[in-house]
Design a protein around this ligand. Structure first.
Ligand SMILES: [Zn+2]
Length: 543
């Protein structure tokens, strides 16, 4: 029934159906069980655009699933707060204090911000308020609670029972020298509290315990040499992370989880472990990572790339959601210059959504996911105006203004329909003004056309002076002819016009621009720029 829906969240939803069939066939799941979608969070740092992106995408899969199956679903946001701290993050206070606790579970390290009961308590609180601020519907779970409250006990005992098998799956992926000592279990040292320094020396499946010695130096810090025997249950040990992932899938009955491309091999490994323990691993997909301006992978500890707050300065949240929605399997550069295009593509999708009553077409439109809350609240969704973000940027550029009203006056003169989308356009103007001020204005360079280009400028100006229509296509074709008639390379010709009028190498289609800006005003602008607008300091402006 849903086979004709082509958007990727439906593909994922259908994969969940296949997974459920398999899990039910093996008796691991009953038809009454809710369907569990999970997202993971590493609380060694603050939530960031990657966190947002994973929860948003998983929420979209959940929404798609709800369209093709009426079983209840739960979305878990799971925090790995039993993980040992491997490195002190660069962007926190009290780094020296935190450094003393390297190797301890994140939930046992004091909060460097002094607000919560632990390091991970602080990060978890930030995660929740971050997710809440975007209105995500999720349940928060922490590793600490699952381990220490015994939720994972059954799975931990299973791992002990199938110790050699689980160990065998992991060690074949390790280097020769690491194989001998490797154990899926990492006891929390009873003496020093660290989890990254312990090594299992013996296992006792009959009484559910393991013996260990705390002798692995970690990041230069000496280990305490304590020896002991602890139960594998109730949080006395943690399992190594690939096994941890499998444990979580198994014990929480996870049916769907997506992950970054760098974790494909880990996901395969964790799946093998789940099978070895008698379970069925979840459905899931891998997504590509975001890249920064130089096309390098974004580093969250160094804080490279664009933050969500940065984006929201210049583009609406929906434009960021659009950027994240599109082709999760492709690597994308997350930088300022993608904001205008993402905003415009979102506006186009919005406009298409509003223009059709066809339910299938609407369900396949990204807007169906991005604007889910508004759609479910039966708000009218659409966009009728021709005003695009790039057009606003160009308008702001040529008006050289920071006054929203000036921009509005222009829009209203030539485009009566803008009133209908007033609220959205208002918001876009504010963001365009900011974007222009911060990212366009500083690099503007007006330039007079070369002598051989001038006759084409004159011809185009004359066309406008004689023109009494209002068709952007006619204006565009006149601009085109002006270049052609004077044997100019068209790329060079249009670039000359953009440099003259906007102080930029690139710009909108000239016909659309003139239509928007107004024929009279364009003539005035050309005259102004030619006669006195361009000065030595390149500060030419229109008004
Ligand atoms: Zn120790």
């Amino acid at each position: 029934m849903s086979d004709d829906l082509t958007a990727w969240p439906y593909r994922e939803a259908r994969n969940i159906l296949d997974h459920l069939q398999q899990a039910e066939g093996r008796g691991h799941k009953s038809k009454d069980d809710p369907v569990i979608l999970q997202t993971g969070f590493g609380p060694s740092g603050l939530p960031h655009v990657g966190t947002f992106s994973e929860v948003a995408r998983t929420s979209w899969v959940r929404r798609a699933f709800a369209q093709i199956c009426d079983r209840p679903t739960r979305l878990l946001a799971f925090s790995d707060d039993m993980d040992g701290l491997r490195k002190v993050p660069e962007n926190i206070p009290n780094r020296d204090m935190v450094a003393e606790h390297l190797g301890k579970p994140l939930c046992d390290i004091p909060d460097p911000f002094g607000e919560e009961e632990s390091f991970s308590g602080y990060m978890n609180a930030r995660l929740r308020s971050f997710l809440d601020s975007f209105g995500f519907d999720y349940e928060f779970l922490s590793s600490k609670d699952q381990y220490r409250n015994g939720v994972f006990n059954e799975g931990l005992l299973k791992i002990l029972e199938h110790y050699d098998r689980v160990r065998g799956i992991v060690v074949r992926t390790l280097s020769e020298e690491k194989r001998e000592d490797w154990s899926p279990f990492f006891p929390v040292c009873e003496n020093c509290g660290k989890v990254n320094n312990t090594r299992v020396t013996d296992i006792h499946p009959d009484d559910g315990t393991v013996s260990y010695v705390c002798d692995q130096s970690f990041r230069g810090a000496e280990a305490c040499q304590h020896e002991g025997t602890v139960p594998v249950t109730d949080g006395h040990v943690k399992v190594g992370w690939k096994v941890d992932w499998a444990l979580r899938w198994l014990q929480l009955g996870v049916d769907y989880e997506m992950y970054g491309k760098d974790l494909i091999e880990s996901a395969k490994l964790s799946s093998s472990i789940v099978y070895a323990l008698g379970g069925v691993p979840p459905a899931g997909m891998s997504y590509e990572m975001f890249l920064d301006e130089e096309a390098a992978k974004i580093s969250k500890s160094k804080g490279t790339g664009l933050s969500i707050d940065d984006w929201l300065q210049y583009g609406p949240l929906e434009s960021l959601a659009w950027f994240i929605y599109r082709r999760p399997e492709r690597a994308k550069r997350l930088f300022f210059d993608v904001i205008p295009r993402s905003t415009d593509q979102y506006l186009e999708a919005l406009s298409k959504f509003g223009a059709t009553d066809d339910r299938r077409q609407r369900m396949d439109n990204p807007v169906f996911f991005i604007d889910a809350d508004r759609i479910d609240a039966s708000e009218s969704i659409g966009y009728d105006s021709e005003v695009s973000y790039s057009m606003l940027l160009n308008l702001v550029s040529v008006l050289n203004t920071d006054d929203r009203q000036v921009v509005w006056d222009y829009l209203c003169r030539y485009n009566e329909e803008v009133e209908e989308d007033r609220e959205l356009i208002d918001d876009l103007i504010d963001r365009a003004l900011r974007y222009y001020r911060d990212h366009v204005a500083p690099s503007k360079q007006y330039q007079l056309p070369d002598d051989d280009v001038m006759p084409a400028v004159e011809q185009f100006r004359q066309f406008l002076a004689d023109y009494d229509g209002e068709d952007p296509e006619e204006i565009q074709s006149a601009a085109y002819s002006a270049g052609k008639d004077h044997d100019l390379d068209l790329g060079r010709w249009f670039k000359a016009m953009y440099r003259l009028l906007l102080g930029q190498d690139e710009g909108p289609r000239l016909g659309t621009f003139v239509h928007f800006y107004g024929v009279e005003d364009t003539i005035e602008l050309i005259d102004h720029q030619l006669s006195e607008g361009i000065t030595d300091d390149n500060s030419g402006k229109a008004h």
